[in-house]
Write a protein that binds this ligand. Structure first.
Ligand code: SF4
Ligand code: MSK
Length: 654
């Protein structure tokens, strides 16, 4: 076998890539290499394809080449316009996901989705109360009204999103002043798209404001609706124990992977996986049963509600097939490689698409019908079981790598852990920050990219933050990266956390990194920040809190959109790869500096995760100083002690 390229921080991923390479099978890293140097104009955001007189490319040399497009659009306009387009696409993805959840809640309430029921009645009533819906009648009657009310947020033309009532007053005033208060979801997405049309807005700063508004309508609209209504429909997640990495696949069972984002189908698969006809199909082919596992955010959804193990994150989608032990991968929408078709053809794996919104050439398509959810799910599960007979034992190589984890934290659930049963409150967390045990709270989220060694940026940044007593909250593929590396287990506090953070984790039994769910569940980070403000002592605006965000390996449009709602909500955010705007110094300067005075937050572009972590630490220190709270109680944990259990030998603060 040729020497391993070690393109991942994850041993299982490297093993799978080595096997694939030995067999001449290509994975995303190979295609990236084969693509050769990427277009600089595209990377810098100064290639315009907004009309058919182009494409126009702006020279980066002010002395030479085109300084504007044919229509006169400058680098500033083109970079900002391209960005606004991507934000609108990202917002549409989360929001359409949210719309599907609303639709399913409505169908369930009306008795038209027999496989589903309302599993989060407490949250249902809480949200109904928040929205002024009378609490009379059955859960179904209330749920119908909640769903119809949520739908209004999609179609609203004037006014503001309903969840903006949750937003601290100072932030709302800022949005009002900047003209970015989001109205209805569909309206903002369409308006942002419209502004990017040829001859639309040629004011770069207005286009950036459209990015903020497009972001806010996602975070405080589509994504928040998706999270809240998923909790109502599928149940509020509770902390539970599970495992992550390819070692969760079983040699003697039918392995089925769910991949994508929307929990609507995967919930039905979980419910149907123990049905007698499914189990007898397994028996027929000599398998011991069904092993469900997940990739990407669908994985996060069923992990946090059912403890279904995680097979891997974004780049694992192909690696999983190289185990030769996956009977079927069922996909819905977002983050799905068309290349799965090619990799599946090397093995017996079937790939089944299910969403009416996403068809893939070469995949079998079984359109998911929510009116017949359990039957659709059973059909897929039996198909997988039948395919177990086609598994070629000589091709099977399941890595042993897997790590235990705790997942399923929510804004509300953390209350119980922090305050105990009789005093559920954020007070202990606020106090730990004020006393200097915890430096601050940072959301490390987002994807994998082939432009970095898989997971390495997530892991290095998170470990550096933990060493400096930063409580980390996580979603998406970053959470999975940390899960595979053991950082989501309570024991990780002893191995990685600074002394102050360790004391808090020890006292309340929390891991130092909290898994908060899927990409749409970044909205939980927003609601947790509301609680930090509400509890008092740390400011009454997100921009005053010692908090930050990071997406060290981001790649998708959704990640850009999330970045904009986080920064637009006043939170400093570090992204690994720069946003594609560097061809415009003005737009770059605004996003990484000027934006702070208008919105309270700004971006930093930093590929080195340790440097990125230190930008965050400096930011948290500055916020602490501005709040006049105690200095940190302890020195950061010494680097030499990282990964060992000698964690209680710390040098006390001077
Ligand atoms: Fe070129 Fe202007 Fe058309 Fe863009 S909109 S492709 S810059 S002419
Ligand atoms: S799945 S958007 S690769 S986090 Fe949400 Fe992962 Fe990014 Fe897709």
């Amino acid at each position: 076998m040729a020497e391993s390229k070690q393109r991942s921080a994850d041993n299982a991923a490297n093993q799978m890539m080595d096997i694939a390479a030995a067999k001449g099978q290509k994975v995303a890293y190979d295609r990236y290499e084969a693509a050769g140097p990427q277009c600089k104009f595209g990377q810098l955001g100064i290639c315009c394809r907004a009309c058919n007189m182009g494409p126009c490319r702006i020279s980066t040399n002010p002395e030479k080449g085109a300084q504007t497009g044919i229509c006169g659009a400058t680098a500033d306009v083109i970079a900002a316009r391209n960005l606004a387009l991507r934000v609108a696409v990202g917002a549409s993805a989360h929001s359409d996901h949210g719309r599907d959840v609303v639709h399913l809640l409505l169908q369930t309430a009306r008795g038209k989705a027999p496989g589903y029921s309302i599993k989060g009645p407490v949250k249902l009533r809480k949200l109904a109360q928040e929205w002024g819906i009378p609490l009379e009648g059955s859960n179904e009657e209330i749920a119908e009204k909640v769903a119809l009310t949520a739908l209004e947020d999609f179609s609203r033309q004037e006014g503001q999103l309903r969840f903006l009532d949750r937003v601290p007053a100072k932030m709302k005033e800022r949005w009002e002043k900047m003209g970015v208060t989001p109205r209805g979801i569909d309206r903002e997405v369409v308006s942002a798209l419209h502004s990017t049309h040829m001859g639309g807005s040629s004011d770069a700063m207005q286009l950036i404001r459209n990015c903020v508004r497009g972001g806010l309508v996602d975070g405080w609209g589509g994504a928040m609706i998706a999270t809240e209504l998923s909790d109502i429909l599928f149940g509020e997640p509770k902390p539970l124990v599970s495992e992550a990495n390819l070692g969760v696949l079983k040699n003697d069972m039918v392995n089925i992977l769910v991949h994508g984002h929307e929990p609507v189908l995967s919930e039905a698969l979980v419910a149907a996986s123990q049905a007698p006809e499914v189990l007898s199909a397994c028996e027929r082919v000599g398998a011991k049963g069904i092993q469900l596992a997940g990739i990407c955010c669908t994985a996060n959804e069923i992990l946090m509600r059912h403890g279904v193990p995680i097979a891997g994150n974004f780049l694992h989608q192909e690696f999983a097939m190289v185990t030769g032990a996956v009977e079927l991968m069922v996909v819905d929408i977002q983050c799905i490689f068309p290349a799965l078709r090619t990799m599946a053809a090397h093995y017996h794996t079937k790939v089944v698409s299910t969403s009416s919104k996403a068809r893939f050439e070469g995949f079998e398509h079984i359109e998911f019908d929510e009116a017949d959810a359990i039957e659709s799910a059973k059909r897929i599960l039996v198909m997988a079981a039948d395919n177990y007979a086609n598994r070629a034992p000589e091709k099977v190589h399941i890595p042993t790598d897997k790590q235990p984890l705790v997942a399923g934290f929510t804004t509300e659930g953390v209350f119980d852990h922090l305050g105990g049963k009789y005093r559920p409150s954020y007070r202990p967390l606020n106090n730990a920050i004020i006393d200097g045990r915890i430096r601050g709270v940072v959301g490390v989220v987002g994807c994998n990219t082939v432009k970095a060694k898989q997971d390495e940026c997530h892991l290095n940044m998170v470990k550096e933050l933990l060493r400096h007593d930063v409580l980390v909250v996580q979603t998406g593929c970053s959470a999975i990266a940390c899960g595979k590396a053991g950082l989501l287990a309570p024991e990780a506090a002893e191995l990685y956390a600074g002394r102050g953070l360790l004391e808090v984790c020890d006292a309340v039994g929390l891991p130092p990194c909290l898994h908060l769910g899927s990409c749409v569940d970044n909205s939980r980070i927003l609601t947790a920040c509301i609680e930090l403000c509400r509890e008092g002592g740390l400011g009454d605006d997100f921009a005053e809190l010692p908090v930050a965000g990071a997406a060290p390996e981001w790649m998708s449009d959704k990640a850009i959109t999330i970045g904009f709602y986080v920064v637009g909500s006043g939170i400093f955010t570090v992204v690994g790869e720069p946003l594609p705007v560097e061809g415009s110094p003005r737009v770059t300067e605004y996003l990484t500096d000027g934006m702070e005075k208008d919105f309270g937050g700004k971006f930093a572009f930093e590929r080195d995760p340790i440097k990125g972590a230190h930008l965050i630490i400096e930011h948290l220190n500055a916020k602490r100083e501005a709040l006049h709270i105690s200095p940190m109680m302890y020195e950061p944990r010494a680097i030499e002690t990282i990964g060992t259990k000698l964690s209680r030998d710390f040098v006390p603060a001077k």
